[in-house]
Write a protein that binds this ligand. Structure first.
Ligand SMILES: [Cu+2]
Length: 275
């Protein structure tokens, strides 16, 4: 017990400041460890994360301050019972109404974000078929479906394909500032396509195709991995997402096409234009 009790409003101020300080520590920690993400979709999810965190912290500060204040202010001082009463109309309505409004608001914002990030890719978006297998990845790019630099006359079967091994992480090339649609498949067990900087993860399930779309906004190399325990070498199922400018992407495609499909195939597929 304090020998010189602080005035009531000072005590309330002290506990509010203390819980506010805790809330600031939470914000600092979150901003230090939470990746911002590199895609439009990730930025929307990141915004949602901060809205929810800040609302939660405001609620925390108010509830913690009220709790500590009540514990101190109304602690047992003698054997006399305090005044006994039932009900408190206004405060009860507020204690039900305010949380309900907060939940409705957060639900609405979350749904709107979900609808935006689950938006289907435009038809002309680059499409990459991702196949997970024990224990690496295959990335296939169809020559007829390369986004802005597609060859509409390419043979629909012409595709370049990058296949990794557990010892050699495959590189997933993406052009910056363009929507990319991923089609996720698996022929053995369930894997999970997880790119930390997309703030997104989606399972590859045998017998079905899962898809999602992102628009990367930053160039660079970003590490990624399988996020579903899929067997003994699951930990070696890593890959690198390399986001590059369109020019560099086209040069890489041309180089891989020449290597994998050969000059002949390219000539013959453009030769079909006259058909
Ligand atoms: Cu896996």
């Amino acid at each position: 017990m304090l020998s010189m009790p602080l005035p009531r409003h000072l005590r309330l101020l002290a506990v509010t400041l203390a819980s506010g300080l805790l809330a600031l520590v939470a914000i600092g920690t979150a901003s230090a460890i939470q990746p911002r993400g590199i895609t439009d979709e990730a930025h929307k999810m990141n915004d949602l994360f901060w809205i929810v965190l800040i609302v939660a912290l405001v609620v925390f500060v108010l509830v913690a301050a009220a709790l500590v204040y009540a514990l101190v202010r109304y602690r047992r001082k003698d054997d006399e019972l305090p005044e006994q009463f039932h009900g408190g109309g206004k405060i009860e309505v507020a204690m039900v109404g305010v949380p309900v409004l907060i939940v409705i608001a957060l639900f609405t914002i979350s749904m709107l974000t979900l609808i935006e990030i689950d938006d289907k890719a435009p038809d002309d978006a680059l499409t990459i078929e991702v196949t997970g297998f024990q224990f690496s990845w295959q990335f296939a790019y169809k020559m007829s479906d390369l986004g802005t630099n597609s060859d509409p006359n390419a043979d629909p079967d012409d595709a370049i394909s990058i296949i990794g091994t557990p010892q050699n992480d495959p590189i997933l090339y993406l052009p910056v500032d363009e929507p990319v649609e991923f089609l996720l498949k698996s022929n053995d067990v369930i894997h999970s396509f997880y790119v930390k900087d997309f703030l997104y993860k989606l399972d590859l399930i045998p017998g079905r195709v899962n898809s999602f779309t992102v628009t990367p906004r930053e160039t660079g190399d970003f590490s990624a991995q399988c996020a579903e325990l899929c067997g003994t070498n699951h930990a070696l199922m890593r890959f690198v997402v390399r986001v590059v400018e369109r020019d560099e992407f086209d040069a890489w495609v041309a180089q891989e096409a020449a290597r994998q499909l050969g000059e002949d195939t390219l000539v013959s597929s453009s030769g079909k234009q006259g058909d």
